[in-house]
Design a protein around this ligand. Sequence first.
Ligand code: ZN
Ligand code: ZN
Length: 132
Amino acid sequence: MADYVVTCDCGAVEMALSGAPRVRGHCHCQACRTLLNVPYHSVNAYNPDQVEITKGAEALVDFQHPNLKMRKIFCVGCGEVMFNTNALDWRVVSQNLMTKNLGKLPEDLASLSHFHYDGRIVDVADELPKKP
Ligand SMILES: [Zn+2]
Ligand SMILES: [Zn+2]
């Protein structure tokens, strides 16, 4: 049984998430910035077997970045990134995608820390631990 089911903006792709993420937090690394063009990436990172495409797999583009050991998996119809992978092949799901689908971010997906904070380009003033 999936804990959460989300879709892309156009509805072609549906994705089910099961179990607790391995990591939940705000990533400030250069690789996330390069792959996704964001100042930092607010994520829930899962093992591959916790993330299942339940509809519309044929609409997905699986983009391998030319320089990074990262892939970006997005819908060809609307451009929504369903997840990206990191060097460990974890499936990294944006918290924004969850918030957009669910109305608000569930407590069990909320960030616990900032990581790669030494590599940041923006400061974040909150109470969460800041890890180098
Ligand atoms: Zn779509
Ligand atoms: Zn990162």
